[in-house]
Design a binder for this molecule. Structure first.
Ligand SMILES: C[S@@+](CC[C@H](N)C(=O)[O-])C[C@H]1O[C@@H](n2cnc3c(N)ncnc32)[C@H](O)[C@@H]1O
Length: 392
């Protein structure tokens, strides 16, 4: 397909005056014929599309559209101005003496949406859950209110160590125990968790480093994800459920984790609640934990190796002899190529999340280009935006 006049200057998105211009540029750029004849444009930086992701990009129109949309959005002056105002508001709120309850409420609503999207999978049946990164306490609030017999155990960083403040209501705290500590210490066996005999019937893995404005070293955030998976493998009861937040990108290490989840659970779906639709992650809802003793032991050993690697690695995320590409493999054999079926599986898993994220970014972009058009506040509740940063 020949480039049209409208697409000639598409890399310079500040020139887009209307969302219709953006739509037209994405339509032209994401067309597979154009990619095949002209290659992937250079302005799509490697941090936004790694070599490992390219075959996914070529196979999925939804992923191509999302990557172009993220690029144009992050380049837009109008959007940048909105982010600057948002960051300033968050910075002032974080400094205020009185910690607002809006984050707790927003996580509670997210869990409500998640439950709705999973046909009420978490109402009335939860008995004992483990909540990793439990502050401010939104997920726990929803679960304890909607499961009168449930009890919970949480692990979360203390405020003194940079964690969010834990704000669960006093009445609900009667059924919830908290360790103010680092999840990674439990995963590495440096701290001991009290567990119910059979294990937890639900594990929530939603700890993420939130250092308002500071750049989080890549190895620490990837390590935290692996540590949470290790905790789930160690402490889930047979047939239990894991809800784990994961980047919705087919990165090397993410696909490896997806393969593990697929192996360990009878059902795996990726859910993107509308209230966090602009952000680049999904909640993996994994039901029917079915690890036998052998596979459990094998994954525990491999996950520990990953934690060691991530603890000791320095240098950039894409270093050829380090980085994420060289994290020890969890599933399959080192260096083994991905099967065609796995590409289809991963694309099928993330497709709806990519579509939803695309629509949410497009709506926000439209309102930035046309300030008279208000944004739905439910949609605009991200606490820290990772789309524009394009972080891996
Ligand atoms: C996205 S918030 C979780 C929100 C929570 N699910 C809720 O419903 O309120 C992430 C939490 O993880 C905590 N966190 C970050 N790193 C951690 C670590 N290494 N160990 C324990 N908690 C951690 C943060 O302080 C924050 O409270």
């Amino acid at each position: 397909m020949e480039p049209t006049q409208a697409t000639a200057a598409v890399a310079i998105s500040e020139h887009f005056a209307t969302i219709a211009d953006v739509d037209e540029a994405i339509r032209a750029n994401a067309a597979i014929e154009r990619i095949q004849s002209q290659g992937i444009p250079e302005y799509i930086a490697p941090r936004r599309l790694t070599a490992f992701e390219k075959p996914f990009f070529e196979r999925s129109l939804e992923l191509r559209q999302l990557i172009f949309m993220k690029h144009f959005y992050s380049e837009s002056d109008a959007v940048t101005q909105i982010f600057q105002r948002e960051h300033e508001r968050n910075r002032i709120a974080a400094k205020s003496e009185k910690v607002p309850r809006k984050y707790l409420d927003s996580f509670r609503k997210t869990f409500r949406d998640l439950n709705d999207e999973c046909n009420n999978a978490f109402g009335y049946k939860v008995r004992w859950f483990l909540d990793l990164g439990c502050a401010p306490g939104g997920f726990a609030t929803w679960l304890l209110r909607n499961n009168k017999k449930a009890r919970g155990t949480g692990i979360t960083l203390s405020s003194g160590s940079g964690g969010l403040q834990f704000q669960l209501d006093a009445k609900l705290r009667e059924r919830f125990w908290v360790y103010f500590d680092d999840v990674c210490r439990f995963a590495m066996g440096q701290a001991i968790l009290g567990t119910p005999g059979r294990g937890f019937d639900l594990v929530l893995a939603n700890a993420s480093i939130m250092l308002g404005g500071d750049v989080v070293p890549w190895n620490q955030s990837v390590r935290l994800t692996h540590a949470q998976l290790l905790m789930a493998v160690q402490h889930l009861a047979p047939n239990g459920t894991l809800v784990m937040s994961l980047k919705a990108r087919p990165l090397h290490w993410i696909v490896d984790i997806v393969e593990v989840l697929r192996d360990l659970f009878t059902s795996v779906v990726a859910v993107k609640p509308q209230s966090q639709a602009r952000r680049s992650f999904v909640y993996m809802v994994c039901r029917g934990f079915r690890a036998d003793v052998g596979s459990k032991g094998r994954y525990i050993l491999r996950l520990r190796e990953c934690l060691e690697y991530l603890n000791n690695i320095t240098g950039p995320i894409d270093a050829p002899s380090g980085g994420t590409e060289n994290i020890p493999r969890l599933h399959g054999v080192e260096g083994e190529a991905l099967a065609d079926e796995s590409y289809q599986y991963v694309i099928g898993l993330f497709r709806n999340a990519w579509i939803r994220q695309y629509s949410a970014i497009r709506l926000h972009y439209e309102s930035a280009l046309q300030p008279s058009k208000p944004v739905d506040p439910e949609l605009d509740s991200s606490t820290s935006e990772d789309v524009a940063a394009g972080s891996q």
